[in-house]
Ligand binder design. Structure first.
Ligand SMILES: [Zn+2]
Length: 321
């Protein structure tokens, strides 16, 4: 989603290491994580004959901010979090990457934070290893959009070296053109300029990134689904196998406690709020009509569930791990 505050915790980690401290003490108390990690950092389930593995990358416990939702107060946001079973004192925003094995191919959906977004995230590599997935075995990476929490896992911290040089990385042509336009930097808010500069310095040099137009099949049984608004070229991914379907919604309905329950809420991270709401409603209506499963990058881990109408909004029933 998200234009997260970059906090440099390396200095405190270095100091802690020098003092011989380790483990959770590496993170200074200000960043201490209140949400326990899942007991197991990966969950595998089937969609038809496709094998889907949800892999936990971590969480952002976002401090409340009156500007977060334009048409809801902090008290409204707190009440919505509590109603969905979460603590009131921050917004729980987990990060979950999924890896799909289908048709002889291994496909990863988005890339995690790369440990470069929040000090409480960056666990993808360790949890992927625990799941028995070799990163070198990934044939294809589908990218939903170019926000940091979805693409920084493609790039090594500091050097920007490719983490997956041998995978084909498939992106929307609209998203690619938006972020790589040199003129976009002047038009972006200050907090987004660095992101665009990093993208422009790195992605055009990669030979393994492919732009696709529209909603093609991009991997066995997986199609892009246009869901703009969050960003201009934001895409969901639709997995179909036999009679089973999974809508990988990415950030179309980012924090379900907020915008599945209240699809009309306008989040600060939706670049075009009206378009994001229209895409969100269309996607959720399609999931209901098709009796599909849904998952989302920021849904409660492991992220999969079903959707139903609930008054003026919608409700997510999470599948228990
Ligand atoms: Zn996101």
């Amino acid at each position: 989603m998200f234009d997260m505050t970059r906090r440099d915790f390396a200095a405190s980690a270095g100091l802690a290491a020098a003092l011989g401290l380790s483990g959770r003490l590496l993170v200074s108390p200000a960043f201490a994580q209140k949400t326990p990690d899942p007991a197991k950092g990966f969950v595998t389930y089937k969609v038809g004959s496709a094998e889907v593995t949800a892999i936990y990358d971590g969480i952002w416990e976002k401090p409340h901010d009156p500007a977060f939702i334009a048409n809801a107060s902090v008290d409204d946001v707190k009440a919505a979090m509590v109603k969905a079973g979460f603590p009131a004192d921050f917004v729980s925003i987990p990060f979950t990457v999924i890896v799909i094995k289908n048709g002889g191919k291994t496909v990863m959906c988005d890339s995690g934070t790369g440990g470069q977004v929040q000090p409480t995230a960056g666990k993808l590599a360790a949890n992927m290893k625990a799941a028995g997935i070799d990163p070198a075995s990934i044939n294809t990476i589908l990218i939903s959009h170019f926000h940091p929490d979805h693409i920084f896992g493609l790039m090594e911290k500091g050097t920007n070296a490719a983490v997956y040089p041998n995978a084909e990385i498939i992106v929307s042509d609209v998203e690619y053109k938006f972020w790589t336009d040199p003129a976009v930097i002047d038009r972006l808010p200050e907090a987004r300029k660095g992101l665009a500069r990093r993208i422009q310095a790195v992605f055009p040099t990669w030979k393994n990134m492919r732009q696709v137009e529209g909603e093609p099949e991009v991997a066995p049984g997986i199609r892009f689904v246009s869901a703009p608004g969050h960003t201009p070229g934001h895409r969901a991914f639709h997995l179909s196998s036999g009679t089973s379907q999974l809508m990988i919604s990415n950030d179309t309905a980012y924090v379900p406690a907020l915008v599945v329950a209240h699809p009309e809420w306008r989040g600060a991270y939706d670049q075009d709020g009206a378009m994001a709401e229209a895409s969100r409603r269309a996607l959720l209506d399609r999931v209901i009509a098709d009796k599909a499963m849904i998952c989302g990058y920021h849904f409660p881990f492991p992220g999969a569930g079903t959707i139903r109408k609930d008054g003026a909004g919608y409700a997510l029933t999470s599948v228990k791990a």
